[in-house]
Design a binder for this molecule. Structure first.
Ligand SMILES: Cc1ncc(COP(=O)(O)O)c(C=O)c1O
Length: 400
């Protein structure tokens, strides 16, 4: 009898975590490494939110809570959806979990049966396909290339839908490309979905607050109210409020789905951390002004990175609308060799050689389903980004 489960055999460990680990290992060996792999803001959690966490501890909010969130936080989440997205939800339609990740996982576990298909536009966040596989479903990646700025077209969505499609996962702005769908682009997709009433929509709005220039964030249930009854609108405090370690994510949708997600959570992790829930309550209902300052900082970094990468030989880097990632195309580097003699046959070889020969850690595109590319997380200082991009420029210039 095999000790490990067949389920485990269907999934792989997160490649983004693997890159971060490798970079940390080289650093520990004394190498000069710049890690651009991790997907988290470099800012500290704002003081008012940290204080709310401390107050929660001192007030004894340290016991089990309701499995899918305390009533005060659920009320704040309903207020957030109304205020920022024009969406009306009741607390019974809200689930709070241990990060956005658990929310998405619960939803897939609660709904996927063998044979159920889940449409995932690629490049995708690395966890979507593996979570679908863990849940017993079948991921259906749809390749969205640089020619559409990594965005899914209505024709592609239409062609991917079958009678077995259960979910369409939508993520804007996107990890790993930063691409954001305009209202018109999203409406064109929701028009397709309106013709297929059996398809549910899982909207991952994790990067809602990280949008640049005059880009306006929008979400499917708001753009097409006809989808409200089959949409799970997912979000969290990790990225917007620099709270990745606090582990709070949430979603709102139809009561039956929310109840089912609560059942999965009740038999696995129970409630998300009580202290973090009160910190998240402060994040969602406290001052929001700092978000605009953070956006300005991220926008400056995006402009710096896009400009410097486009000056690197063989690299093409579109300018994304949001998040803190860029996803440059490296077609112009494929087939060339580094001074150390490594032939760049694909983006994984590129990323490995870049790390070993220049100390810059990026995540290779194959991990996100579209190649040849790599992802940079620019959630670090201008000085570090300038140095990293200079090294990338030198690395590319030396390829022959
Ligand atoms: C698109 C996307 N969704 C969800 C998550 C999960 O966020 P959390 O840290 O809240 O679990 C991430 C984190 O990287 C993400 O990039």
């Amino acid at each position: 009898m095999a000790f490990l489960s067949d389920t485990l055999g269907r999934v792989k460990p997160s490649p983004t975590i693997a890159v971060t680990t490798k970079a940390a290992q080289l650093k520990a060996e004394g190498r000069d490494v710049i890690g651009l792999g991790a997907g988290e803001p470099d800012f500290d959690t704002p003081a008012n939110i940290r204080e709310a966490g401390k107050r929660a501890i001192d007030a004894g909010k340290t016991r089990y809570t309701a499995v899918d969130g305390v009533p005060e936080l659920k009320a704040a989440i309903c207020a957030k959806f109304l205020r920022e997205n024009g969406l009306t939800y009741t607390p019974a339609q809200v689930s709070v979990g241990t990060g956005g990740k658990q929310i998405l996982y619960n939803a897939l576990m609660a709904t996927c049966n063998p044979g159920d298909e889940v449409i995932i536009p690629a490049p995708y966040w690395v966890s979507y396909p593996d979570m679908v596989l863990l849940a017993g479903g079948t991921p259906v990646p749809v390749i969205c290339g640089i020619e559409t700025e990594f965005k899914l077209t209505p024709d592609q969505l239409e062609a991917a839908i079958t009678p077995k499609t259960k979910w369409f996962i939508f993520n804007s702005p996107s990890n790993p490309t930063g691409a954001g769908y305009t209202r018109a682009e999203l409406k064109a997709l929701t028009d397709v979905l309106m013709r297929h009433p059996h398809v549910w929509v899982m909207s991952d709005d994790m990067y809602e607050h990280l949008v640049f220039d005059d880009f306006e964030f929008c979400t499917p249930a708001e753009v097409e109210p006809g989808l409200y009854d089959r949409t799970l609108t997912c979000n969290g405090v990790s990225k917007a409020y620099a709270m990745t370690g606090w582990r709070i994510g949430y979603a709102a949708g139809p009561v039956a789905l929310i109840k089912a997600m609560g059942t999965i959570q009740s038999q696995s992790t129970s409630n998300p951390c009580s202290i973090s829930q009160y910190a998240a309550l402060e994040a969602l209902s406290g001052p929001q002004e700092f978000l605009a300052d953070w956006r300005r900082v991220f926008q400056g970094r995006r402009d710096l990175v896009v400009s410097m990468l486009n000056q690197a030989k063989g690299i093409r880097c579109p300018k994304p609308e949001g998040a803190f990632y860029v996803y440059p195309d490296i077609s112009g580097c494929i087939g060339k060799a580094t001074p150390a003699g490594t032939v760049i046959t694909n983006d994984e070889v590129f990323a490995t050689a870049l790390l070993e020969e220049t100390g810059v850690a990026v995540v290779f595109g194959a991990a996100f389903g579209v190649s040849p590319n790599f992802r940079i997380s620019y959630a670090t200082s201008d000085a570090v980004l300038r140095e990293a991009c200079t090294r990338i420029q030198r690395f590319c210039a030396a390829l022959v």
